[in-house]
Write a protein that binds this ligand. Structure first.
Ligand code: FAD
Ligand code: SF4
Length: 462
């Protein structure tokens, strides 16, 4: 008999008052008993609508069936047939708009906790050192991957598993892309990211770190001089967007990208061990409403800010962040000033002193399908703050497109690809992830990496 409890089995978490004092993970994960109990809520539907909501098509009911039976190792091998980074996806995927949105149990209560179960299985496998096996021999065909975020790692893993000789070129000193430099430790522990990347590396993938493609070597040279038969570009969208309002160059204004990189990758969050400076005043305004904004706000809180305000120009309903992140931010006393847009950052002697905002109302839907925010005349107000963090999105860095002839790109910089094969306008060059879609999600980047790997295999093995 399935467990007909309409609610998910609760997951242990650090209490808000305690967790804002540290950078340890907020959500602690299920025990074996809790995982089995949650797995019993799955009805093992014949049609499995949940799978349609998963961009990499994890066989959800099959792995959950193994969890219910206590066969965790089996569950892991089912998941990793389709998803190479389950500990990460279990933690950061927006399940409520993907697999869980289509779960039948969600019609009369809460959906099965698919993400929580995926995370449980992955953590179990990582702690038991269970990993996918490398192929017995390689096929001698060299493929280059640019960028080691989820798109690049997935593409590399799929190809290496099939015997290709894959080298990942990464601009930074640490692999992982946003998983390492963007998403904070309290949401995605870095040890775990390293372990999942290691599992892919162990399939035979080589890493060349501190290599900027387009500067150290070009895509053209990789193909013509280094003997790579195909190149996959997964270079992300790491160039922060700004609002272009007066005052953005004052001291105390950060892009979320810089703020989070200083804290995560450069270790400012652990000042006892790292000397990286990071300035967080008493009051911080974070502009934006996505995951990046929530991460910046919650990081600022942990770094000692007494008041942190999210300033977002649309309403609660349009907030693009994962539900859990919004809820956690609220529990951590982050304030939300919605339907509000900054128009100027004010300063004194070069330092931020306040942010001037205007109230908004929502009009007709715009091209994104969301209702367009319209300023309300005469509603300007000043909010006193000493730090402003801008988290309004990011774009692909232009370096690769500038140094790769024949690569067609969108006006905003995204690389144009065939949506099925991820092949670009230049033969043998493929691309996927944020560099194609603009800032999106981990699982969409992984899906693109998988699609490209499939097309590369088909082309080079025929
Ligand atoms: P990236 O992860 O950006 O990786 C690209 C890599 O390419 C980087 O390592 C970069 O250094 C490297 N690179 C760039 N240019 C070059 C070059 N010229 N040569 C060599 N290497 C290069 N998504 C979710 O699903 N859930 C979340 O909760 C979530 N939270 C987020 C929080 C933050 C703070 C941020 C910034 C993003 C978040 N996202 C989240 C979005 C998600 O992380 C991205 O969509 C995803 O990482 C994109 O993967 P990618 O592989 O395309 O690019
Ligand atoms: Fe299980 Fe929900 Fe998927 Fe049905 S839709 S198989 S109940 S997870």
């Amino acid at each position: 008999m399935p467990n007909m409890d309409p609610e998910k089995t609760p997951i242990p978490e650090q209490a808000p008052g305690e967790r804002i004092q540290n950078f340890q993970e907020v959500t602690l994960g299920y025990t074996e008993e809790q995982a089995k109990q949650e797995a019993e809520r799955c009805l093992r539907c014949k049609k499995q609508p949940c799978m349609d909501g998963c961009p990499v098509q994890v066989p959800i009911a099959e792995f959950i069936g193994h969890v219910a039976a206590g066969n965790f190792k089996e569950a892991y091998s089912v998941i990793t047939r389709e998803n190479r980074l389950p500990a990460i996806c279990g933690r950061v995927c927006p399940q409520e708009t993907q697999c869980e949105a289509l779960c039948v149990r969600g019609l009369k209560g809460e959906a099965v906790g698919i993400g929580r179960l995926e995370r449980f299985v992955a953590d179990y496998a990582l702690s038991a050192a269970i990993a996918p096996r490398p192929p017995e021999k390689t096929n001698g065909i060299k493929v280059a991957v640019v960028g080691s975020g989820p798109a690049g790692i997935t593409c590399a893993g799929e190809l290496a598993q099939s015997g290709f000789e894959v080298t990942i070129f990464e601009a930074l000193h640490a692999p992982g892309g946003v998983l390492m430099y963007g998403i904070p430790e309290f949401r995605l522990p870095k040890k775990l990211v390293q372990k999942e990347i290691e599992a892919v590396t162990n399939l035979g993938v080589r890493f060349e770190k501190n290599v900027i493609i387009g500067r150290s070597i070009t895509v053209d040279e990789l193909i013509k001089e280094e003997g790579f038969r195909a190149v996959f570009i997964g270079s992300g969208a790491g160039l922060p967007n700004f609002m272009r309002i007066p005052g953005e160059n004052l001291n105390g204004v950060y892009s979320a990208n810089e703020f989070l990189t200083r804290s995560n990758l450069m270790g400012a969050y652990d000042s006892s061990r790292n000397a990286t400076p990071i300035r967080v005043g008493k009051s911080v305004a974070v502009v934006g409403g996505g995951n990046v904004a929530m991460d910046a706000a919650r990081t600022a809180r942990r770094l000692g800010a007494e008041k942190v305000i999210i300033v977002y120009r649309r309403s609660e309903k349009e907030l693009p962040a994962r539900l859990e992140e919004i809820q956690h931010a609220r529990e951590e006393q982050i304030e939300f000033q919605l339907l509000t847009n900054p128009i100027e950052i004010l300063g004194d002697k070069g330092e931020v002193t306040a942010i001037r905002c205007i109230s908004m109302q929502l009009g007709e839907p715009d091209a994104s399908g969301r209702r367009r925010p319209i300023p309300i005349k005469g509603s300007e107000e000043e909010i006193p703050v000493d730090t402003v963090i801008i988290a309004i999105g990011s774009s692909p860095n232009p370096l690769i497109r500038q140094t790769t002839p024949e690569l067609h790109t969108e006006k905003w910089g995204g690389i144009i690809v065939n949506e099925e094969t991820m092949e670009s306008s230049r033969a043998d060059v493929y691309a996927g992830g944020d560099t194609v879609t603009g800032a999106a999600t981990v699982i969409l980047a992984m899906g693109a990496g998988k699609q490209a790997a499939k097309a590369i295999k088909e082309k080079l093995l025929c």
